[in-house]
Design a protein. Sequence first.
Length: 367
Amino acid sequence: MAGPGLKRVVVLSFLVLLTACGEKPQVEKERPRVFVQEVKSADYAATVTLTGDVQARVQTELSFRVAGKIIQRTVDVGDRVTARQVLARLDPKDLQTSVDSAQAQVVAEQARVKQTAAAFVRQQKLLPKGYTSQSEYDSAQAALRSSQSALAAAQAQLANAREQLSYTALIADAPGVITARQAEVGQVVQATVPIFSLARDGERDAVFNVYESLLAEPPKDKSVVVSLLENPTIKTTGTVREVTPAVSAQTGTVQVKVSLNGLPEGMQLGSVVSATAKTPGKSAVELPWSALTKNLSDPAVWLVDDEGRAQLHTVTVGRYLIGNVVISAGLKGGEKVVIAGGQLLHPGVKVEIAENTYKDLGAGAQP
């Protein structure tokens, strides 16, 4: 018969066995498998296509120098004109009346001068003989001088009236092409109000409206290739000659004028043209669209730290491309960014990096 000590040992062994059987082995939870891409920053310069038009280097606004009613217009928009060509005329009636009045005044003053001159000649002959006094002689002389001054003033008035009458004809000051018309026959216009816009013959510019950010740094190469928008095979070269210092309040752009080295066949005044410009190169990171997620309302990416844990990191998107995004801030280089498999991640979770990571993946690929 077994002793008490043996029974105690058997009971303890049985309890240990029961305890061992009751313990379940802990199975590690399966980690999310993800694809990652190592961040490599590079200088990124975006290419922007600009659209503008061909304009004349010198654009003149033509206007009458006197007010009046337009009675004749001899040209229209698009017409080519020569220097000294009459473009329009005002009704000359009122100014012709002024000329006639001034002419009559000149005739009257000429008669007065003739009369006072004859009186003065008589005084000159009588004074040596003592038949007239010195005061009468002086009065005749003063009257002659006064009439001569009045005649000179009347003649100046007549010349001015004739000059004003000549201003009823609007004359082209140089050869060129009419690009705009602001008045019609029968309209009463004021002096200096533009009637026509004249693009003078000579050098031509391609004019573009450019966002200020593209001009943050002056381009090293000022030469530009300008091509016709409807037919890119028709092209020419030019040089940036002028950048307006003020930003347009309406468009938020500045105007850039490119001096063209001649116009090829098919490219003419008013043609719509295009040119390609590159933004200044900046350090940035290009990632596939699938890497981008959100941290509340801000764009973010999942990073895998050295311990293999996923962390949500806010970034700044500089530009959206087809299939990719350019990250302008938030990544320095060397980080591991999750580019696929990040849908079920949460901060701090351990992940398993797929074997074919660092390779190009199609957008939306899953591990």
